[in-house]
Ligand binder design. Structure first.
Ligand SMILES: Cc1cc2nc3c(=O)[nH]c(=O)nc-3n(C[C@H](O)[C@H](O)[C@H](O)COP(=O)(O)O)c2cc1C
Length: 171
């Protein structure tokens, strides 16, 4: 299932439907081992991960946000990156970079993944971050930007062509 770098980058998609097959624990560990190499502000590698495989907790996690969090509830696993944000001005950027690494590492291992945003989003009772903090027992000084839902894909991703607008030397 391991892929060439360019193929992996081009194939990665946000996938929200899964085959129901279990992701082996060692693959989840492999994804986290790669994500640990994400660059970080001040080089502190401050991100910690909460891995959720308990279906009941996953369903509750999906309910922590009003809209757009469904895959967290019906996927096979979820990862919540958390960062002790005391004295760490750039924690959002650090969480975003590490989450991107998770998405790419998941693609490398043939796992379907999707970023589910949490920061500044409404939950069912409070803000989504507050509900997650309560559900998972995360101390208040940790920042929560997002979660990543994971599952085995149902089918191969459709190829697509993407190109960014590029300006050389000046706008
Ligand atoms: C910052 C950010 C927030 C996102 N939030 C959600 C979300 O809350 N729920 C969701 O289903 N997808 C979410 N996504 C996934 C995007 O919808 C997806 O990346 C986009 O549609 C492009 O599709 P692609 O990832 O297949 O290229 C998010 C992606 C990013 C980068």
């Amino acid at each position: 299932m391991e892929k060439q770098f360019s193929e992996m980058i081009k194939n990665r998609r946000s996938i929200r439907s899964f085959s129901g097959e279990r992701i082996p624990d060692e693959i989840i560990q492999g994804i986290l081992d790669l994500a640990a190499y994400a660059p970080s502000s001040w080089g502190g590698h401050p991100v910690e991960f909460i891995v959720i495989r308990d279906r009941k907790v996953m369903r509750e996690l999906a309910r922590c946000k009003q809209m757009g969090a469904g895959p967290l509830g019906y996927g096979d696993a979820a990862i919540v990156p958390i960062i002790d944000k005391r004295n760490l001005e750039l924690w959002v950027e650090d969480a975003a970079v590490v989450s991107t690494y998770i998405l790419l590492a998941a693609e490398y291992y043939g796992v379907a993944a999707c970023w589910i945003h949490m920061k500044d989003r409404r939950g069912h009772t409070n803000m989504a971050e507050d509900d997650i903090r309560e559900l998972l027992g995360i101390p208040h000084y940790y920042g929560i930007l997002n979660a990543v839902s994971l599952g085995m894909p149902k089918k191969p991703n459709e190829p697509r062509e993407l190109a960014a607008k590029i300006h050389y030397d000046q706008y």
